[in-house]
Design a protein around this ligand. Structure first.
Ligand SMILES: [Zn+2]
Length: 144
C-alpha cells in the first residue's frame, strides 16, 4: 500500500507547506502536540512522535538555539555546493533542525548560539514545487 492509498491521508496533503510559508513570512513554525504530551517536534508530521496523538498543530517558536552538532561535507547531495557546513540546531522549544550553517567550520563549536533563518539554497538545488519559497539555514548570533 503506498502512502497515497492510506484512507486517513488526503492524497494532496503536504505536511511541510506551512513551515515553508512561515519562513517566507520570517516566522519559524513547527508542529506541537495539542493533546497528551504537548511537546514540539520536527520534522512536521501528522502524528506526535512522543505520544502518538494525531492532534497536532502549528506553533511559532523562537528561531534561536544552539548548535547541538555540526560537520563539514566534502561530498554533497546533487545541487549542493561543496564543501557544505551543516549542523543540528537545538531550539529552546526542544526540537533539533538539520540545516546548512552560514559560517566557517573553524569558527563553530558545539553550543554556538545560532538562529534559524530564511536563506537562499546553498547551490543549484532542485526544490521542485518549493522553489518559490526560501530555503533555511542557521547563522551564528551573539549570546544574550
Ligand atoms: Zn504528544
Amino acid at each position: 500500500m503506498s502512502g497515497s492509498d492510506r484512507p486517513d491521508t488526503p492524497p494532496d496533503e503536504r505536511h511541510t507547506l506551512p513551515f515553508w510559508e512561515g519562513l517566507a513570512d520570517g516566522r519559524l513554525l513547527i508542529h506541537r502536540c495539542e493533546s497528551g504530551c504537548g511537546r514540539a517536534f520536527f520534522p512536521p508530521g501528522p502524528v506526535c512522535p512522543h505520544c502518538g496523538s494525531r492532534k497536532v498543530d502549528w506553533a511559532e517558536v523562537d528561531p534561536r538555539g544552539q548548535l547541538y552538532s555540526f560537520t563539514r561535507q566534502h561530498v554533497t547531495p546533487p545541487g549542493f555546493d561543496a564543501p557544505l557546513v551543516v549542523g543540528l540546531t537545538e531550539l529552546a522549544a526542544g526540537p533539533r533542525l538539520l540545516t546548512p550553517v552560514a559560517a566557517d567550520y573553524d569558527d563553530l563549536a558545539v553550543g554556538t548560539p545560532v538562529e534559524v533563518v530564511p536563506a537562499e539554497p546553498p547551490g543549484e538545488v532542485d526544490r521542485g514545487e518549493l522553489a518559490e519559497y526560501p530555503y533555511v539555514e542557521a547563522v551564528p548570533v551573539q549570546p544574550e
